[in-house]
Design a protein around this ligand. Structure first.
Ligand code: GDP
Length: 471
């Protein structure tokens, strides 16, 4: 700070002391303190913003108010098991699907759109708050409104309360659907009473929670419910800018036998078009084709529209954000870095041992055993290697051969090594393709040798912390 201000450090320290901060010369101070000091010395202070490659690539700027247009609400259905979530989603879909010229059959793409009074609503097709919460846990905020289904013949149950809490935590609007009113014993008033106990005061009781009495099974009042959803949406003033590069969230994704990686995504801002270059989690690709919720091929999709996209190079995860990008090279770079990071996190969390870090882990008291899987070309070498390696055991470290066999190193060997925190030693054998890939991704150390002597020497060195690092 003193260098940047071009004043002696002692002056800065003096000023800090006057502020009650007893700092030494090498100590760092926070931004607020630093700016107070700096202003005292007549400097102008601005917070430095360090842009990462991702920031530059995704360029997630805020839209100017005049660029914003209304968008349709995205709705999730939540509630206790058996209260009628699936029935309600079915009822809505079958009564209000937006017709296409092809008269297409509804496709499952994780979300669908319905038309109500010339307006549209997007429904997430997975009932329950697990999917919703899983997405939120990954930082994705996709829904605007939750329909809370409560069976009128049952009442507020544990999962209803959970759903209420999840919706509140996510700050989404709540519309209550009191379901099964066709049933004998249905008591909507009791439900309303119970709702108040959880902070949801129905409108007719002087609160602001909209409740609609419905029967999903008999398809009663479904239209009313949807109108109320639109009413709540209006209060939320939902907007987006269709005239920018698209971004959104992956709802679900799978590997399709014929079509390759297929992802259902929800566009949250901008417009997604055929040919766009997309980054989704660690997946990258150009949009080759887009299908809507009727399985119809479309060329572009605007805000709040769910689409199935083809053209990614791998399967992203539900909850991954996707961005349309301009700079392909930078995009590949960012994806590569993400993969690396994900790999490190996987390795870090599991802590698979490698020969290189074995000694450190012994010193730290983390491990005492060196677990080894041996694969060799002939049975004779398997036995010879096994015996010589086990003889290396000493007071601090025990060498355990947890598995040995003849033949190439296979994926099952890697899985075993991964699960048992072992390294793999191969004699005159190589890993097959699957094994090499899975060892690479899981961080399992595979050591290949031609002579037994070198293997023993190397492992002995590792046990003493004297192994030459390999690069
Ligand atoms: P979910 O577990 O919340 O998805 O509940 P489901 O939609 O699977 O419904 C559970 C059961 O309640 C099913 O047997 C439905 O037929 C029944 N059900 C759903 N809605 C109604 C309704 O409005 N009236 C009646 N009588 N039964 C309903």
């Amino acid at each position: 700070l003193s260098e940047r201000l071009e004043v002696p450090a002692t002056e800065v320290i003096k000023k800090l002391m006057m502020l009650g901060v007893m700092a030494s010369i090498s100590q760092s101070v926070d931004f607020d303190t630093a700016s107070l000091i700096a202003e005292d010395f007549g400097a102008i202070v601005e917070r430095e913003i360090i842009l990462t490659d991702e920031d530059i690539l995704f360029n997630d700027f805020e839209d100017a108010p005049e660029q914003l247009e209304d968008r349709s609400p995205v709705v999730v259905v939540m509630g206790h098991v058996d209260h009628g979530k699936t029935s309600l989603l079915d009822a809505i879909r079958s009564t209000n699907v937006i017709e296409t010229e092809a008269g297409g059959i509804t496709q499952h793409i994780g979300a669908y759109r319905v038309r109500v009074n010339e307006r549209k609503i997007t429904f997430l097709d997975t009932p329950g708050h697990e999917a919703f919460t899983a997405m939120r846990a990954r930082g994705a905020q996709v829904t605007d409104i939750a329909i809370l289904v409560v069976a009128a013949d049952d009442g507020i149950m544990p999962q209803t309360v959970e759903a209420i809490n999840h919706a509140k935590a996510a700050n989404v609007g709540i519309v209550v659907a009191i379901n099964k009113i066709d049933k004998e014993g249905a008591n909507p008033d009791r439900i309303k009473q119970e709702l108040t106990e959880h902070g949801l005061i129905p409108e007719d009781w002087g609160g602001d929670t909209i409740c609609v009495e419905i029967s999903a099974k008999k398809r009663m009042n479904i239209e009313d419910l949807l109108e109320m959803v639109l009413l709540v949406a209006d209060m939320r003033d939902l907007k987006a800018n269709p005239n920018r590069k698209a971004k959104g969230t992956v709802i679900e994704a799978k590997l399709d036998k014929g079509r390759g990686p297929v992802a259902s995504v929800l566009v949250q801002n901008g417009t997604l078009k055929i040919g766009d270059t997309v980054v989704a989690g660690t997946a990258f690709g150009h949009i080759r084709a887009m299908l809507d919720d009727k399985g119809k091929k479309i060329k572009k999709a605007g805000p709040s529209v769910p689409v199935e996209i083809l053209g990614l190079d791998e399967v992203p995860e539900g909850g991954d954000e996707f961005y349309v990008v301009d700079d392909e090279r930078m995009a590949k770079n960012v994806v590569e870095k993400r993969k690396q990071k994900a790999k490190e996190e996987r390795i870090g969390s599991h802590n698979v041992v490698t020969l290189d870090d074995f000694f450190d882990k012994v010193k730290e008291g983390q491990i005492k055993d060196l677990n080894i899987v041996i694969k060799a070309d002939v049975n004779g070498s398997v036995e010879a290697v096994k015996q010589s390696l086990e003889k290396l055991s000493n007071e601090e470290v025990r060498v355990n051969v947890i598995h040995s066999g003849v033949g190439a190193i296979r994926e099952s060997d890697v899985m075993l090594a991964y699960a048992s925190n072992a390294i793999i030693v191969g004699f005159n054998v190589r890993p097959d393709m699957g094994a090499a890939a899975s060892a690479e991704s899981q961080g399992v150390d595979i050591r290949l040798y031609r002579v037994i002597y070198t293997a023993i020497e190397e492992i002995e060195a590792a046990m003493k912390g004297m192994l030459e690092p390999t690069f």
